[in-house]
Write a protein that binds this ligand. Structure first.
Ligand code: SF4
Ligand code: F3S
Length: 345
């Protein structure tokens, strides 16, 4: 199998182009510039890994977000850095041939391929609500995950159960970790996750073979280490007690805080306020809409998109925020409330 460098060369790129790309990749991966030598070596020697992308109970929004990433062009990621061999929406083969291909990858590339899963799983009624080629999704997933080098849960459905798992959860939808107990999974929650985040994680693993530092819920700390509120540009208005009272208010344009309109930024771990969407163009709060916590467990079941956290049991109020006391305690209480409401996981 050709190394990434040889693929570059065959395309007519010069050594200078190659080094420039290596520099770009090092920055995108958030690695220190002193590690560029490692990235170059990996590009020169490493064959590109195979990617198997399974979709179960999902809307395909994660795939949409992925192909709209702007950091490294998705076509480059899929064609140059990774070898996308199986994806129900993209592949040209179908039926028997597609299933044989999956089997071949499992047999010939044991422990080497990357498995991405989009959507939740259903285990009731012998998995009848979600089947692939006549087999239950759970069965297909377990088989492929057993031999994968890396398993990634893409989006809130795969990570927490997501919208299919919202009340009354007719298919008893569950997350990947509920099905693959004990398996290390990189969780990338979000409805959908930011395309650039997905691309960085997959490309990073393809090039360095390393999994980023994860928090206790399996989320990469680089992207989920802080809340939206921590990095929100409206934060000075929050601190000053200046809030928007209605969507059509002048203050919304001036940048006042959206807390009273139901913003869940204070309890939502994601990188939207830093990386933003569509190539860094904007994110929900910048467009005037409160964050409704799409990357947090059970966000839909809270049923409070426009309800301020201060009204939510155990949430925290503006008063505390303005006087600057007890914020840490209240954040913990807010999270405890969400965990209590989302024990479905
Ligand atoms: Fe930004 Fe929302 Fe925090 Fe206000 S409450 S500062 S809009 S994240
Ligand atoms: Fe989701 Fe909030 Fe970002 S709603 S897209 S986590 S700003």
């Amino acid at each position: 199998m050709k190394s990434l460098y040889h693929i570059f060369k065959d395309k007519g790129y010069t050594r200078r182009d190659f080094l420039r790309s290596a520099f770009l990749i090092t920055s995108i991966l958030g690695l220190h510039h002193s590690l560029m030598g490692d990235v170059v070596r990996a590009l020169e020697t490493k064959p590109k890994p195979t990617l198997v992308w399974l979709t179960f109970q999902s809307c395909l929004g994660c795939t949409q977000s992925f192909i709209k990433s702007t950091s490294i062009m998705p076509a480059d990621v899929l064609l140059d850095y990774l070898s996308l061999r199986y994806h129900q929406a993209f592949m040209s083969s179908s039926g028997y041939r597609a299933e044989m291909l999956k089997k071949e990858i499992m047999e010939k590339q044991k422990g080497q391929y990357i498995l991405v899963v989009e959507g939740s799983l259903s285990s009731v009624k012998k998995g009848a609500y979600c089947t692939v080629a006549g087999r239950s999704g759970v069965e297909v997933l377990k088989e492929l995950a057993e031999h994968a080098g890396l398993v990634v849960a893409m989006g809130s459905c795969a990570t927490w159960g997501g919208l299919p798992g919202a009340h009354p959860n007719p298919t008893d939808a569950v997350s990947l970790s509920a099905v693959l107990e004990g398996k290390r999974i990189v969780n990338l929650p979000g409805c959908p996750p930011i395309g650039d985040v997905m691309v960085s994680i997959l490309t990073g693993f393809a090039i360095t073979g390393k999994v980023p530092d994860l928090d206790s819920l399996g989320r990469p700390k680089t992207f989920y280490g802080q809340t939206i509120h921590d990095r929100c540009y409206r934060r000075p208005f929050y601190n000053a007690g200046q809030f928007v009272d209605s969507f059509d208010a002048e203050d919304a344009i001036k940048g006042y805080c959206l807390y009273k309109l139901g913003c869940k930024g204070p309890i939502t771990r994601n990188t939207c306020a830093t990386m933003r969407w569509n190539g860094g163009l904007s994110f929900p709060i910048q467009s005037g809409h409160p964050c409704f916590g799409c990357s947090e467990p059970g966000f839909w079941d809270r049923g409070m998109v426009y309800t301020p956290l201060s009204v939510v049991e155990g949430g925290f109020g503006i008063k505390e925020a303005v006087v600057g006391v007890a914020v840490g305690t209240a954040l913990g209480a807010g999270m405890a409330y969400l965990n209590k409401k989302t024990d479905r996981g």
